[in-house]
Design a protein around this ligand. Structure first.
Ligand code: GDP
Ligand code: ZN
Length: 360
């Protein structure tokens, strides 16, 4: 396996230079299980553990490698083993907040638990059935933005929805410029649109509530490959080892998907009944502004400025709203060559292509 196919790029190469000088080899974590790792490198797949020094210097679980990490290893080829000496800085990371008992007692300080690293795209999957919920999509968008990866919204189960176009427009209105695609994983319709996020060397992961169709989608993207891999795991123990453990899957087309228990269990909702939009309050205020296209700066009759002045709306909260909006637009613009053309035609075009697809 060559490193570029695994996502190696100039950023990591630069970070790796000092370790190169020490004779280490770069490798990517494809499975992390109780501090036992599988790594892929130019010298093949190896089973790895962190060095004694590494362990000694690690204060918490958060310091240990996770799936997707690039690490500096010392390989022992005869035994197909390796020692991990360093984690290279992460380009992006998916994490959740956990609060241990001790921390809760000391005032509710939460610790970050990293689930996966170095993702290019977070595919936010939702179903166009009873699961459909704009507030939930907003929450996942905020979450994806915080990860540093670019969010893409996938509206699955289009086969169950008579108003795909309406839903697309509704979602685009809250998407801050993140791409939105409708498809049907079950019918294998429209999956190809996701290939642009899964090109050689690119890493993505799927997030979304249970039942939205993430597994069906992964199987669809893997196609016959997964069946082949499964057959292999039945016949040889070696195959079983790699397939049952591997959490970073290389797709037939070249891209990579991270699919592990942490990702699957990632629920942004403690209480499904109590859905609160991440920025629903700001939206509600914005609806009361005098001008329809209010930018909430110095316009007269701006409900948001009033709320800020009266202390009803928190300044920091408004700033994070603006930041999210700006960053997501930036990600979108960077993805496309011509931002201005995109701004004008984006909505129309995407809706149109989906329309053609679903009339067929
Ligand atoms: P996960 O929990 O997100 O991994 O969801 P699954 O992939 O297990 O799918 C949950 C259910 O939704 C299964 O019964 C799937 O067959 C069904 N499903 C998945 N994708 C689609 C789709 O595009 N259309 C329809 N109608 N059902 C789907
Ligand atoms: Zn306003």
């Amino acid at each position: 396996m060559n490193l570029t196919e695994l996502g190696w790029n100039p950023f990591f190469r630069e970070q790796f230079e000092p370790y190169q000088a020490q004779g280490y080899v770069p490798a990517r974590i494809v499975c992390a299980e109780k501090q036992l790792y599988d790594v892929l490198s130019e010298v093949g797949e190896l089973t790895a553990q962190v060095s004694g020094k590494f362990r000694h210097q690690s204060a918490s679980d958060g310091d240990f490698p996770v799936v997707g990490d690039w690490v500096a290893i010392q390989p022992y080829l005869k035994e197909a083993k390796a020692t991990i000496h360093r984690i290279l800085p992460r380009k992006s990371k998916v994490s959740r907040k956990v609060s241990s008992g001790a921390e809760r007692r000391s005032g509710g300080i939460t610790e970050e638990q990293v689930i996966a690293a170095n993702l290019d795209t977070v595919l936010i999957v939702t179903g166009l059935d009873r699961d459909f919920n704009l507030r939930r999509i907003e929450r996942y968008l905020t979450f994806a933005y915080n990860s540093g990866a670019a969010p893409v919204i996938v509206l699955n189960k289009a086969d169950m929805c008579a108003e795909v176009e309406t839903r697309l427009v509704e979602v685009e209105a809250i998407a801050f410029g993140a791409p939105v695609h409708a498809l049907s994983a079950k019918d294998q319709q429209g999956l190809d649109v996701l290939r642009q996020y899964l090109q050689v060397g690119k890493t993505a992961a799927l997030v979304g509530s249970s039942g939205v169709g993430k597994s069906t989608l992964i199987n669809g993207l893997l196609g016959e490959e997964r069946q082949r891999v499964n057959a292999l795991s039945d016949s040889t123990s070696k195959g079983q080892h790699t397939t049952t453990r591997r959490e970073l899957i290389v797709l037939p087309g070249g891209g990579m998907l991270i699919d592990n228990p942490g990702m699957r269990e990632l629920q942004l909702w403690g209480d499904e009944e109590n859905l609160q939009g991440s920025f629903a309050d700001i939206e509600a205020l914005a609806a009361q502004c005098h001008f329809h296209d209010c930018r909430h700066a110095k316009e007269p009759g701006c409900a948001i400025q009033e709320a800020l002045a009266e202390g009803i709306l928190d300044h920091n909260r408004f700033q994070s709203y603006l930041k999210l909006k700006k960053e997501l637009l930036f990600l979108e613009k960077r993805r496309h060559q011509s931002a201005r053309v995109i701004e004008k035609e984006r909505g129309k075009k995407i809706a149109k292509s989906q329309r053609i697809f679903y009339k067929a």
